[in-house]
Write a protein that binds this ligand. Sequence first.
Ligand SMILES: Cc1cc2nc3c(=O)[nH]c(=O)nc-3n(C[C@H](O)[C@H](O)[C@H](O)COP(=O)(O)OP(=O)(O)OC[C@H]3O[C@@H](n4cnc5c(N)ncnc54)[C@H](O)[C@@H]3O)c2cc1C
Length: 261
Amino acid sequence: LTNPAFHSYAPEGDTRAIADRVKTGAYGAVVFAASATGKDLAPRVAARLGRSLVQDITDVSVVSGSVIAIRPVYAGKALLKVRVAGTPAVLSLRPNVFTPVQRPKAGAQETVAVDGSGGRVVVKQIKAAPAGTLDVAEASIIVSGGRGLKEPGNFKVLVELAAAFAGRAAVGASRAVVDAGWRPHADQVGQTGKTVSPTLYVAVGISGAIQHLAGMRTSKVIVAINKDKDAPIFKVADYGIVGDLFEVVPTLTAEIQKLHG
Ligand SMILES: Cc1cc2nc3c(=O)[nH]c(=O)nc-3n(C[C@H](O)[C@H](O)[C@H](O)COP(=O)(O)OP(=O)(O)OC[C@H]3O[C@@H](n4cnc5c(N)ncnc54)[C@H](O)[C@@H]3O)c2cc1C
């Protein structure tokens, strides 16, 4: 954007700009990412338009002219099917769930001028994570550890496994180890942490409590490593390894290192 007031996310200005634009046309849907910014912006725009918001959806279709969206509820235990009455439908999509596809009928991109100020709320500083660390919400591969790691120092086996994926993997954590102070809250996956949908999620020494599953069950491929064959994590896993993580993980790391040369 050329208007300097909009260089960073401007909650009030962005809301006004988007809502005003939507009001100028007969749009069928307004779509946001359910990212940190999208979760703040989408409800503001919906309220300004006087429309309901269907948040954090994992599937969408159009049936007889109505938008039908699917969204996980009760920590992912059930899926709610929502039919949006009227237009525009205001939706936010769970990140990484939808695979971009090439459409033969491409939409046209328009650039519009936005005047005025960004509003009263101004982003003054963005504190980036230390260089080299990937955010779990952004990584295409996540290697997460739980209480089965036994002590914070043992997370080095997961850091090594993540490193074997050549910079594409982040290290995540269950709440048990975050509450114990072993890992930062920014790494927590689950109902009270981050919702992630990576291409590959490796759960190591994590039992698979419903609150953890709520944050990762939409991952494309789930691998679980746990010494308890009855651990609930195996119910959502595509691949399960029953064994001692301190034997399994170093072997896995060595094999992945071979693949990446
Ligand atoms: C309101 C609320 C919100 C919550 N939000 C979250 C959340 O956002 N995220 C979250 O994760 N949890 C959340 N929880 C907590 C959740 O209920 C569980 O307590 C937590 O996920 C358990 O963490 P864990 O799997 O690491 O530990 P445990 O349940 O103790 O599991 C440890 C696992 O490690 C295995 N293990 C032990 N040793 C080894 C070994 N040597 N090799 C292999 N496996 C081994 C064990 O078999 C066990 O399955 C929430 C709870 C509540 C009530």
